[in-house]
Ligand binder design. Structure first.
Ligand code: 2GW
Ligand code: MN
Length: 296
């Protein structure tokens, strides 16, 4: 293999000159703590790929498919093959209680899928709490050795357009599509001081979606460990946060600021009409028949 610097001498990368004056003006592309907010038009995909590809990275992707949610796997995986981290090494970790119902999807070269059997449950609270725990323990046992970055995603979703190396960062969160036009006092944070997920009305940056957590494996490890501990502490006090682990995630991210924030392009909902600032929907939650997929 040719060393990276040699390679760059022999192949010139031509791209549009970055401008200091002209760019998107309809959206904010940086947080007040100077983390990028990733929107279409704020990055050059060829350029970012050229930076990250030579690093020979492996991206872990965890997805839970417990009970009837196995039905979402096929579309999730097929569309991920088309759009998610194309050209990178990807390792999917599918957690399910129904290993025999995991569809066989053709994976591109450099991409790998492990099925990990976990207990089923009829209680959402349990699935929710155990997601953090299972991600934490699987990082300890396996992912730490096998990957550089990790993305933990909801399975009831599909990819529609590029989700690539522009999303890589130390700790990455996504802005929930339902609340980005709201003031912080309207965010559905946990509001009871008795919960460890509590956020007062006059605090909060954004409302982050629980359907995606990402970043360096070690940073996501700490996040899952802290959220799991708090979730269990609440349970011991008979408290369940308003939006389960999404509430704990929001609390964690308020005091541990993400180094990169993904715009709602990276987490849309199929029932929601596209708004003018969203130029491309990259990933969205499908419309589900709750009576059909949920345990009770
Ligand atoms: C069972 C009972 C009630 C609700 C969900 C489930 C369930 C979830 C299940 O039977 N099987 C299962 O595999 N799950 C996994 O949990 C699956 O990966 C799913 O995508 C994920 C989150 O559940 P979901 O997609 O039904 O929740 P949403 O779409 O309403 O998501 C948001 O709120 C949740 C908190 O209540 C989570 O934070 C989630 O990450 C958010 O996107
Ligand atoms: Mn979901």
């Amino acid at each position: 293999d040719i060393p990276i610097d040699e390679d760059q001498k022999s192949t010139r990368l031509l791209y549009k000159q970055p401008s200091v004056l002209v760019g998107r003006t309809d959206v904010v592309a940086v947080t007040p703590w100077l983390a990028p907010i990733v929107w279409e038009g704020t990055f050059d995909p060829v350029l970012v790929d050229n930076i990250y590809k030579p690093m020979n990275l492996t991206i872990a992707t965890t997805v839970f498919a417990i009970g009837k949610y196995v039905r979402f796997l096929q579309d999730f995986l097929e569309t991920a093959e088309e759009h998610f981290m194309v050209g990178f090494h990807v390792r999917y970790y599918v957690f399910t209680d129904r290993p025999h119902d995991v569809p066989s999807v053709n994976l591109s070269q450099g991409r790998h899928l492990s099925v990990i059997q976990v207990p089923g449950s009829n209680r959402w609270q349990e699935i929710s709490a155990r997601r953090m725990e299972i991600i934490q323990t699987t990082i300890e046992r396996q992912i730490r050795r096998e990957a550089d970055y990790i993305f933990c995603l909801d399975v009831d979703s599909k990819f529609h357009a590029r989700w690539g190396s522009e999303s890589l960062g130390r700790l990455v969160a996504v802005i929930h599509p339902g609340y980005y036009e709201q003031t912080r006092d309207r965010f559905p944070y946990e509001r009871r001081p008795a919960s460890t997920a509590y956020i007062p009305m006059d605090e909060g940056d954004y409302y982050y979606g629980g359907a995606m957590i990402g970043g360096f494996v070690e940073d996501v490890y700490t996040l899952t460990k802290v959220c799991r501990t708090r979730f269990e502490e609440d349970a011991g006090n008979s408290i369940e946060a308003a939006w389960q682990e999404e509430s704990h995630l929001n609390r964690y991210l308020l005091y541990n600021k993400p180094s990169k924030v993904l715009s709602p392009e990276y987490l849309w909902q199929d029932f929601k009409a596209k708004t003018k600032e969203v130029k491309v929907i990259r990933f969205s939650g499908v419309i589900k028949n709750y009576a059909e997929v949920r345990p009770n």
